[in-house]
Design a protein around this ligand. Structure first.
Ligand code: FMN
Length: 168
Protein backbone atom coordinates (compact mmCIF):
# COMPACT_ATOMS: atom_id res chain seq x y z
CA UNK A 1 0.00 0.00 0.00
CA UNK A 2 1.08 3.60 -0.58
CA UNK A 3 2.99 4.62 2.58
CA UNK A 4 1.12 7.91 3.02
CA UNK A 5 -2.25 6.15 2.80
CA UNK A 6 -1.06 3.41 5.14
CA UNK A 7 0.01 6.05 7.64
CA UNK A 8 -3.33 7.88 7.37
CA UNK A 9 -5.27 4.66 7.96
CA UNK A 10 -3.22 3.41 10.90
CA UNK A 11 -2.98 6.53 13.09
CA UNK A 12 -4.55 6.13 16.52
CA UNK A 13 -4.82 8.32 19.58
CA UNK A 14 -2.06 7.44 22.03
CA UNK A 15 -2.56 8.04 25.74
CA UNK A 16 0.56 6.58 27.27
CA UNK A 17 3.98 8.16 26.77
CA UNK A 18 7.54 7.56 27.87
CA UNK A 19 9.36 10.41 29.64
CA UNK A 20 11.84 10.84 26.79
CA UNK A 21 11.57 14.19 25.06
CA UNK A 22 10.94 14.17 21.30
CA UNK A 23 13.71 15.27 18.94
CA UNK A 24 13.87 18.94 17.91
CA UNK A 25 13.82 17.89 14.26
CA UNK A 26 10.61 15.93 14.77
CA UNK A 27 9.01 18.80 16.68
CA UNK A 28 9.97 21.15 13.86
CA UNK A 29 8.41 18.87 11.24
CA UNK A 30 5.20 18.57 13.25
CA UNK A 31 5.03 22.37 13.57
CA UNK A 32 5.71 22.79 9.85
CA UNK A 33 2.79 20.44 9.16
CA UNK A 34 0.68 22.71 11.38
CA UNK A 35 1.55 26.04 9.79
CA UNK A 36 1.11 24.58 6.29
CA UNK A 37 -2.33 23.11 7.02
CA UNK A 38 -5.28 24.33 4.96
CA UNK A 39 -7.07 27.27 6.57
CA UNK A 40 -10.04 29.46 5.76
CA UNK A 41 -9.18 32.25 3.27
CA UNK A 42 -5.51 31.57 4.03
CA UNK A 43 -5.65 34.02 6.92
CA UNK A 44 -3.36 31.87 9.09
CA UNK A 45 -5.02 33.27 12.22
CA UNK A 46 -3.20 30.81 14.44
CA UNK A 47 -0.28 30.45 16.76
CA UNK A 48 1.36 27.21 17.87
CA UNK A 49 3.05 26.96 21.24
CA UNK A 50 5.15 23.89 21.99
CA UNK A 51 5.33 23.50 25.76
CA UNK A 52 8.24 21.29 26.81
CA UNK A 53 8.89 22.71 30.27
CA UNK A 54 7.79 19.93 32.65
CA UNK A 55 7.04 22.34 35.49
CA UNK A 56 4.85 24.51 33.30
CA UNK A 57 3.11 21.43 31.93
CA UNK A 58 2.22 20.29 35.45
CA UNK A 59 1.07 23.82 36.30
CA UNK A 60 -1.21 23.83 33.26
CA UNK A 61 -2.51 20.37 34.22
CA UNK A 62 -3.29 21.69 37.68
CA UNK A 63 -5.27 24.58 36.18
CA UNK A 64 -7.26 22.20 34.01
CA UNK A 65 -7.86 19.13 36.22
CA UNK A 66 -6.38 19.91 39.62
CA UNK A 67 -3.27 18.70 41.38
CA UNK A 68 -1.96 15.17 40.91
CA UNK A 69 -3.72 14.45 37.61
CA UNK A 70 -2.73 14.92 34.02
CA UNK A 71 -5.24 15.82 31.37
CA UNK A 72 -2.36 15.58 28.89
CA UNK A 73 -1.33 12.03 29.83
CA UNK A 74 2.04 13.24 31.13
CA UNK A 75 3.26 13.66 27.55
CA UNK A 76 6.66 15.41 27.41
CA UNK A 77 5.44 17.86 24.74
CA UNK A 78 2.13 19.67 24.53
CA UNK A 79 1.37 21.77 21.46
CA UNK A 80 -1.26 24.41 22.12
CA UNK A 81 -3.19 25.72 19.13
CA UNK A 82 -4.49 29.24 19.61
CA UNK A 83 -6.54 31.32 17.20
CA UNK A 84 -7.07 35.08 17.01
CA UNK A 85 -10.20 35.80 19.03
CA UNK A 86 -13.19 36.31 16.74
CA UNK A 87 -11.83 34.53 13.67
CA UNK A 88 -14.73 33.02 11.71
CA UNK A 89 -12.86 29.80 10.90
CA UNK A 90 -11.63 29.11 14.40
CA UNK A 91 -12.95 25.55 14.67
CA UNK A 92 -12.18 24.52 11.11
CA UNK A 93 -8.62 25.86 11.13
CA UNK A 94 -7.94 24.25 14.51
CA UNK A 95 -9.12 20.87 13.24
CA UNK A 96 -7.02 21.10 10.06
CA UNK A 97 -3.87 22.02 12.00
CA UNK A 98 -4.39 19.35 14.65
CA UNK A 99 -5.09 16.66 12.08
CA UNK A 100 -1.95 17.55 10.13
CA UNK A 101 0.10 17.45 13.34
CA UNK A 102 -1.33 14.09 14.43
CA UNK A 103 -0.59 12.59 11.05
CA UNK A 104 2.92 14.07 11.00
CA UNK A 105 3.63 12.72 14.50
CA UNK A 106 2.43 9.27 13.46
CA UNK A 107 4.52 9.31 10.28
CA UNK A 108 7.56 10.11 12.45
CA UNK A 109 6.91 7.15 14.75
CA UNK A 110 5.50 9.27 17.59
CA UNK A 111 2.21 9.03 19.44
CA UNK A 112 -0.22 11.88 19.95
CA UNK A 113 -3.69 12.67 21.20
CA UNK A 114 -5.93 15.70 20.83
CA UNK A 115 -6.77 16.96 24.32
CA UNK A 116 -9.70 19.29 24.23
CA UNK A 117 -10.34 20.46 27.77
CA UNK A 118 -8.84 23.96 27.72
CA UNK A 119 -11.05 24.80 24.79
CA UNK A 120 -14.15 24.03 26.86
CA UNK A 121 -13.01 26.29 29.68
CA UNK A 122 -13.46 29.90 28.65
CA UNK A 123 -12.20 31.14 32.00
CA UNK A 124 -8.68 30.06 31.22
CA UNK A 125 -8.38 29.70 27.46
CA UNK A 126 -7.63 33.38 26.86
CA UNK A 127 -5.47 33.84 29.96
CA UNK A 128 -2.49 31.70 29.19
CA UNK A 129 0.22 34.26 28.54
CA UNK A 130 2.56 32.60 31.03
CA UNK A 131 2.41 29.47 28.84
CA UNK A 132 3.40 31.31 25.68
CA UNK A 133 -0.03 32.13 24.25
CA UNK A 134 -0.02 35.58 22.59
CA UNK A 135 -2.44 38.31 23.69
CA UNK A 136 -5.67 38.29 21.70
CA UNK A 137 -5.47 34.56 20.98
CA UNK A 138 -7.66 31.84 22.43
CA UNK A 139 -6.51 28.25 22.91
CA UNK A 140 -8.79 26.10 20.76
CA UNK A 141 -7.13 22.72 21.05
CA UNK A 142 -4.04 20.97 22.30
CA UNK A 143 -1.97 18.02 21.17
CA UNK A 144 -0.01 15.81 23.56
CA UNK A 145 2.99 14.28 21.78
CA UNK A 146 5.65 11.79 22.76
CA UNK A 147 7.11 8.34 22.31
CA UNK A 148 4.55 5.60 22.72
CA UNK A 149 4.76 3.63 25.97
CA UNK A 150 3.70 0.02 25.37
CA UNK A 151 2.06 -1.19 22.19
CA UNK A 152 0.72 1.16 19.55
CA UNK A 153 -3.11 0.77 19.45
CA UNK A 154 -4.50 -1.54 16.78
CA UNK A 155 -6.13 -0.05 13.72
CA UNK A 156 -9.60 1.22 14.60
CA UNK A 157 -12.63 -0.62 13.21
CA UNK A 158 -14.85 2.19 11.94
CA UNK A 159 -18.61 2.28 12.45
CA UNK A 160 -20.29 0.64 9.44
CA UNK A 161 -22.66 2.55 7.16
CA UNK A 162 -20.91 5.92 7.24
CA UNK A 163 -19.99 6.03 3.55
CA UNK A 164 -22.24 6.38 0.49
CA UNK A 165 -21.06 6.46 -3.10
CA UNK A 166 -23.60 7.77 -5.56
CA UNK A 167 -22.95 6.95 -9.20
CA UNK A 168 -25.05 7.35 -12.29
C1 FMN B 1 -12.44 17.38 18.78
C2 FMN B 1 -11.74 16.25 19.48
C3 FMN B 1 -11.56 16.31 20.85
C4 FMN B 1 -10.90 15.28 21.52
N1 FMN B 1 -10.66 15.41 22.86
C5 FMN B 1 -10.01 14.42 23.51
C6 FMN B 1 -9.66 14.58 24.87
O1 FMN B 1 -9.92 15.62 25.49
N2 FMN B 1 -9.01 13.56 25.48
C7 FMN B 1 -8.69 12.40 24.82
O2 FMN B 1 -8.11 11.50 25.42
N3 FMN B 1 -8.98 12.24 23.50
C8 FMN B 1 -9.62 13.22 22.84
N4 FMN B 1 -9.88 13.09 21.49
C9 FMN B 1 -9.51 11.86 20.78
C10 FMN B 1 -10.72 10.98 20.42
O3 FMN B 1 -11.23 10.39 21.59
C11 FMN B 1 -10.30 9.93 19.39
O4 FMN B 1 -9.87 10.57 18.21
C12 FMN B 1 -11.44 8.96 19.04
O5 FMN B 1 -11.77 8.17 20.16
C13 FMN B 1 -11.07 8.03 17.88
O6 FMN B 1 -9.92 7.27 18.21
P1 FMN B 1 -8.58 7.32 17.34
O7 FMN B 1 -8.09 8.76 17.32
O8 FMN B 1 -7.62 6.39 18.05
O9 FMN B 1 -8.89 6.84 15.96
C14 FMN B 1 -10.48 14.13 20.81
C15 FMN B 1 -10.63 14.09 19.42
C16 FMN B 1 -11.23 15.15 18.76
C17 FMN B 1 -11.32 15.12 17.25
Amino acid sequence: MNTTIDSLLSRRSVRSFTEEQIKDEDLNNILQAAILAPNGKNQEPWHFTALQDAQKLRKLDELVVGKGNSFFYYAPTLILVSIQVGNAYEKEDTACALTNMMQAAHALGLGSVWCNRINANHEIDTNLGEFGIPDGYRVTGTLAVGYVKGDYPARRIPKPGTISIVRS
